[in-house]
Design a protein around this ligand. Structure first.
Ligand code: AMP
Length: 401
């Protein structure tokens, strides 16, 4: 069975075609600059590549080009789109309407679009891409939607409510939704498999650390709390996002700088975080290099992240009454030995003891990095959201979900 996985943004369309018989990637790529030009980079598993400028006024033309490169030309991997059994789409916000993977009927696509107010950057582009995909890809091919928020639907009310008047929740649906759910679900299951344990018996803190970062308490395979909130702005400091700040600081600065609500939102989402603190870059590698050269604010930004992660691990151990494992994933979590070592140092009280040698140079490999006498196991678990979307899509079309 072949599954096409789509991760659409407002100006891009990332894709992977997977062979689910052995879960291998047949081809992958990205159509970007949609609406402002157009470009496709497509790579087949054997290395054949297409890298050309195109004309993509909308997502529809991008899908047409995708069909063309998959089926014809020098990097083709299939003869016809009929070989693709289903398409799985990543959707950021499913709110309280979608707590599981579902078939993308026209009504479902409209509901995803209607949720755009809760995820302005993501949901409308997802709906545009879904409609474009339905136009271009044979109508007989099922389209499936997998939600980033769905894994967190198990959070109890006391975890997802904010201490604001209840009408904020009832009338305006303001609550913690949590994000990165597809990743947290994938890595926590992969960790249980690697440990040889049933996930139902485990208390895990899952740290997904990348440009966007979130930390989740996974108890018995279920998310019971997570650091991102109403939007992916909350929680730990990120590349350009502030993470958690006192809401009064927001209204204070908005007033001081005379910003509109959407300008203030940009300030917190695009100009804050690593970039805002360091003034150097939003990229953790750049900050590491700047810190080594003595840049104090770059060093501070990196220290803030480490400190905040420690706090989440401690607080999630508290709400779960213990901890069996901590895992690191995402671009920073998988690659930054230093960060993992710093976060896991001085945590013996919680039963966490890192093996410094085992922690070095893993570059995204699945590995246990805790010392043999550590009560809590610590692991690096590479994430693979596309694979989870493909697995869910396969399971749904086969009637197993
Ligand atoms: P992601 O959003 O998961 O792709 O992660 C992107 C982040 O991972 C960026 O901040 C990168 O600087 C960071 N990253 C990638 N490789 C490394 C590395 N070797 N050491 C530290 N950070 C890294």
């Amino acid at each position: 069975m072949k599954i096409l996985v789509i991760n659409a943004g407002s100006s891009s369309l990332k894709y992977q075609l997977l062979d689910m018989d052995d879960e291998s990637v047949i081809a992958k790529g990205n159509c970007d600059r949609i609406g402002i030009g157009g470009h496709i980079k497509h790579t087949a598993a054997d290395g054949r590549t297409i890298d050309v400028d195109c004309d993509f006024p909308t997502h529809t033309e991008a899908f047409e080009k995708l069909v063309e490169v998959l089926t014809t030309g020098e990097a083709a991997v299939i003869k016809s789109m009929d070989e693709i059994n289903a398409v799985g789409h990543r959707i950021v916000q499913g709110a309280e309407i979608f707590n599981k993977t579902t078939l993308a009927t026209d009504e479902v696509i409209q509901q995803i679009d209607d949720l755009a107010e809760l995820a302005p950057v993501h949901n409308h582009p997802h709906a545009l891409a879904l409609r474009a995909c339905k136009k271009v890809i044979p109508a007989t091919t099922p389209q499936v939607v997998v939600f980033d928020t769905a894994f967190h639907a198990t959070m109890p009310e006391k975890a997802f409510m904010f201490g604001m008047p209840y009408e904020c929740y009832e009338k305006y649906h303001v609550r913690k939704y949590g994000f990165h759910g597809t990743s947290h679900r994938f890595v926590s299951q992969a960790l249980a498999d690697a440990m040889g344990k049933d996930i139902k018996d485990l208390k895990i803190v899952s740290c997904h650390l990348g440009n966007g970062s979130s930390i989740t308490a996974v108890e018995g395979g279920k998310s019971i709390d997570t650091s991102m909130g109403f939007t992916p702005l909350d929680g730990v400091i990120m590349g350009t996002r502030s993470g958690c700040v006192d809401a009064s600081a927001v209204t204070f600065i908005q007033n001081k700088l005379g910003l509109s609500p959407s300008e203030m939102s940009d300030y917190l989402n695009k100009k804050s975080g690593f970039l805002g603190i360091s003034g150097v870059s939003s990229d953790a590698r750049d900050l590491g290099a700047a810190a080594e050269e003595g840049n104090k604010r770059a060093k501070l930004a990196l220290e803030m992240l480490r400190y905040e992660i420690k706090k989440y691990i401690g607080s999630y151990a508290a709400i779960m009454n213990g901890l069996d494992a901590v895992l690191f994933t995402g671009g920073i979590g998988e690659n930054s030995d230093d960060l993992r070592e710093d976060v896991c140092s001085n945590m013996e009280y919680l039963g966490i003891k890192i093996d410094k040698a085992a922690n070095k140079g893993l570059r995204g490999k699945l590995a246990k990095i805790s010392a043999p006498d550590s009560k809590v196991e610590v692991w690096v678990v590479p994430t693979n959201e596309e694979l989870l979307i493909a697995r869910d899509t396969k399971a749904l079309v086969e009637g197993n979900l």
